[in-house]
Design a protein around this ligand. Structure first.
Ligand code: 4AD
Ligand code: MG
Length: 473
């Protein structure tokens, strides 16, 4: 073990940025690659602080080196290096470390270390999700995800929103889609029974409970007293969707604003997305340059364009007409029928965003039958004040709406859907006492990361993905 390891040794990010040359430095890092050339060893060192590695050069003929240590300084090893920071004679880096001493924290036996000096497929890396943050791609994703998290809080905090922690265990199916994971301490093998059914009065909470699919309903309670609030936390969906856009556990950002109608909601969503995108472009330029070159060619220009242009806004009905027109003229053919009343399928969303509007588009006023019970009903009694933000490559990244503020209308919709109103007593109180117009939306955090980085599979933008039949780590 290195003796003088200090937690305060500079990071590679700092070293690469410093103008000081010929300074003595020490560094704790991991070896990314090693290249031997005659009496020289070239190490690319990484500590996660930034995308780039720093080169350290060890001249075996200068100084006294421990042969045994040098033999173990290989890809994956954790090392402590001392030396001098000098201008690099080689191309590709401004500075490098002239090594004067090196010691080993822990080696990584090359015969078994899974990360070799070559490109690994994302599928393979998913199987070693605990080691994949050591790769360029996953380090970059983690840094972008971090920058986005912080930017999200900054966006809302700077605009007077309050961060509300909504419960993860809940008693209601807030989306009414029945895709909930049950949270129970009842013995599965032999649950207590009453009148032929499981007796949930004997469960931990004395009632059936689930993992939350959204924090919206609780956020509404706070918006209707605090004005502007947001949640940012994990949500859970027992959706049997094995796609590149679905996780069983994902993070969602949900602002909820009182005295705000659907137009104000759309403005907020658009401003919010543009803020996050431009922040990442500014603050993660090296990571984005990597995605731009290796993951999604040209993504930086595309995003640069997105932040300067207005998002298209179109009603569901008009969007359907666009799709019909395209189908009738033969310029597009879809597997799923284009029929007023049915939900937009990915192929439709793709066509709208990539071919018709060539960028993000906000679709509003969907048929009430395909949307949740809480959305404000339009005068036409066919549509609701929903707004989904769709983007190229991914389709829906935001789902939101103006909420039904009228108690009578809300109750009658819940009756139509056969919902158990007693379970939503508290939610209905929000309409009974001091009800005001209000709106909100939910942004799928991972989908936005996919959109910004160009990563194709949602499993690769969350550290440890949970999907159907997969919850390792
Ligand atoms: O459209 P959703 O279901 O809306 C809600 O949950 C509302 N309560 C939000 C609100 O109005 N406060 O989900 C919102 C977003 C989707 O647009 C999508 O980006 C993401 O959450 N999402 C998922 N992301 C990953 N995996 C899944 N299984 C997802 N389901 C939804
Ligand atoms: Mg949705």
């Amino acid at each position: 073990m290195p003796e003088n390891s200090k937690s305060l040794s500079p990071s590679i990010k700092e070293l690469l940025a410093t103008p000081d040359r010929e300074q003595k430095i020490c560094l704790d890092a991991w070896v990314r690659t090693r290249r031997d050339s005659k009496n020289l060893i070239f190490l690319a060192l990484s500590d996660g602080s930034c995308f780039n590695t720093i080169q350290a050069v060890i001249n075996k003929e200068l100084g006294s080196w421990n042969e045994e240590t040098l033999a173990k300084v290989n890809t994956g090893a954790g090392v402590h290096i001392t030396g001098t920071l000098v201008s690099s004679p080689g191309s590709g880096q401004a500075v490098e470390i002239q090594g004067e001493g090196i010691s080993l924290y822990g080696d990584a036996p090359q015969e078994s270390y899974p990360l070799q000096k070559k490109r690994h497929s994302f599928e393979f890396l998913r199987e070693i999700a605990h080691l994949r943050p050591r790769t360029n791609t996953f380090g970059a994703v983690a840094r972008v995800r971090n920058a986005m998290s912080f930017a999200i809080h900054r966006f809302f905090q700077e605009r007077g929103f309050f961060y509300i922690h909504t419960p993860i265990i809940t008693g209601v199916d807030a989306e009414g889609a029945g895709q909930m994971f049950r949270a129970t301490t009842l013995p599965l093998e032999n649950p207590p029974r009453k009148e032929g059914k499981t007796d949930f009065s004997r469960d931990f909470f004395g009632r059936p409970t689930y993992l939350a699919v959204t924090g919206q309903l609780e956020a509404e309670a706070y918006a209707l007293s605090m004005g502007k609030v947001y949640t940012f936390g994990p949500t859970f969906r027992a959706e049997n969707s094995n796609t590149t856009r679905h996780l069983a556990e994902f993070w969602m950002i949900e602002p909820e604003v009182a005295f705000c109608d659907i137009n104000c909601n759309m403005d907020l969503a658009e401003e919010f997305l543009k803020f996050i995108i431009s922040t990442v472009l500014k603050e993660c330029s090296e990571d984005m340059a990597f995605f731009n070159q290796w993951v999604q060619k040209g993504i930086i220009d595309v995003l640069g364009d997105v932040v300067t242009k207005e998002f298209a806004r179109v009603s569901y009905t008009d969007a359907m007409e666009e799709l019909e027109k395209a189908q009738d003229s033969g310029s597009a053919s879809f597997d799923f029928p284009v029929q007023w009343g049915s939900d937009l399928q990915s192929e439709h969303e793709k066509f709208l965003t990539e071919t018709v509007y060539k960028g993000p588009v906000i679709v509003t006023d969907y048929p009430r039958e395909i949307k949740a019970f809480y959305m404000k009903q339009n005068e036409d009694s066919k549509t609701v004040r929903a707004m989904d933000v769709l983007v190229p490559r991914l389709g829906e990244i935001i789902g939101g709406s103006e909420r039904e503020a009228d108690l009578v209308k809300l109750e009658s919709r819940m009756d139509e859907l056969g919902m158990h109103k007693e379970d939503y007593r508290w939610y209905l109180d929000l309409r009974k006492y001091g009800s005001v117009p209000h709106s909100g939306f939910g942004l799928g955090f991972e989908r936005l990361i996919q959109y910004i980085t160009g990563m194709q599979n949602i499993r690769d933008v969350i550290p440890f993905p949970r999907t159907v039949k997969s919850a390792e780590f």
